[in-house]
Each structure stands twice: as C-alpha cells, then as structure tokens.
Design a protein around this ligand. Sequence first.
Ligand code: PLP
Length: 292
Amino acid sequence: MMSRIAYVNGRYVPHSEASVHVEDRGFQFADGVYEVVAVYKGQLIDEQGHLDRLERSLDELRIAMPLARAALAQILRRMVRLNLVREGLVYFQVTRGVAPRDFPFPFAAAPTLVITARNKKFPGRDVKAVTVITTPDQRWARRDIKTVALLPATLAKQKAKEAGAFEAWQVDADGYVTEGASSNAWIVTKDNVIVTRQADHNILRGITRMAIIEFAKENGFKFEERAFSVEEAQNAREAFVSSASTFVMPVWKIDNVAISNGEIGPVGKTLRDAYFDAMDQLANDARTRSTD
Ligand code: PLP
C-alpha cells in the first residue's frame, strides 16, 4: 500500500503528518490563493494557464511567488510521480505566510506553499448529463482572484448536494448566472450560439473555459461572451459546466426545468471530445519525447 506524500514549504512529508502553523494567514484570514490542475495519463493539463493564473492571483494580493515558476513546475511533476497519479488532481495553495494575528500585511512573512496530489478517476468521453440548482451569488466583488475564501462556494455546494444536484449556479442581483460554485457556466441557444459570461471581476476566468473557447472557434461554432439569465438557460438547447476536474460536463436540468433527456448534446459532445483529443495528444507527445 503506497502512502500519500504532501509538500509543505520545501519538504515532502507523509500526507497524514502534513500541517501548517496555527497562525498561518490562510487559516486565520483566508489570505491566500490556490490552483487545481488535472492529471490525465500522467500529464499536467493546461499547466501553463494555471501557473499564469496563480501568478496573477498572487500579484493582485501582493503575495510573493514562494519559488521560481520553473521550480514550482518541477515540484508539481515530482508530486505526481511520488503519489503515483495517472489520473487525478494536483492542488497547490499559497498563503501570505505565518505571522502574529493582525489584519494588515505582516512586515516579514515568507509565503506558505502546500501541494497535495491524489488519484481520481474522471468520467470519460461518454458522460451522462448532470443537474444544477441556482442560488444567490453571495461572494465578494473580486471573483477573478482564485482565493481560498471558499465559504460561499461551500454553502452553495452543500445546497446542491442536499438537492441531489451536481453543481449550484450562482445568480447575481439582476437574475443573471455568474458561474458555478467551482465551475464556469455555459449554454447553447436555440440558434446554436455558445454563450458564457464575460470574464471580468464577477467570475473566475477558468483555464478550461479558455481552452473551450479555442475549441469552439476551431470547430466553427458561433460564440458570445455575455451574461445569460436563469430563464434563458432553462430555454436553451444545451447547457454545460467547465472546470479543471470536469472538462466539459453536460447539464440536463436547471432547478426544476429539464432542458434535455439526460444525454450530452451535440455541441457539448464536440467540445468534450476536443478536450479529450487534446489531452490524448499531450500524453502521446510526452511518450514520444521520453522514447526519443
Ligand atoms: N469558477 C470557479 C468559481 C471555480 O472555483 C472554478 C474552478 O475551481 C472554475 C470557475 C473553473 O476554473 P478552471 O477551469 O480553471 O478549473
């Protein structure tokens, strides 16, 4: 039985013993950011996009990168190897560090870096559609920063779970969907236009979202970045969510309104296949490189 390894501030430690200080600002103030990267066939998916966003989130909060980007990328790979992850997730979190509890930034604190990795089997290309509920968006005004302040997401996810739904779509004061608790939200209109909300401060600019926009363009789909209401979504031809762990996940029911029979729609299928094609290609390229 292999035991899991975590990375904490320069050390590889048994997962069960991994810990941070009680005065870590991530614990006390949610003063930190994170990323989740999928591992598929042993490869980190959309790695550069996630590292770019980590740097941006840290920059917005004036937290230093805990180490050089290339060093971090190496550690992520080592974590995948040490934990024997073929398919799963790597989680990494950076906080402002450990300091006596006081709101303003500490004068001298080194950022805390924690990394975990685990195996998780993803649904394959042929996935069944899921259901979503809607809930008021109760988050702060800078949702473009991927902070560890995940209490609103936790409450929304719990509500979804209690309703037997896969995800909660958060809705702004004007009745427009912002995004899922941990995913971006998409619809395909009756005129076959793919719509997802524009990436301003109101949503997280999903790395998966960016890849899907490229796949949509490559496949000649019409695409619009704009807000859509719950009602528009309930009248859509297709709907889906996207994230590093779901890729393109079709949605067949929004609150109590069914928009399909539970099968993935043609646009969702094309985009999900495009994602899997790209991931398979990445794995093939890596195999070719390692046998050169
Ligand atoms: N929106 C929110 C609020 C999220 O938490 C996430 C991912 O966790 C996403 C969107 C999707 O982002 P990505 O595709 O980079 O995983």
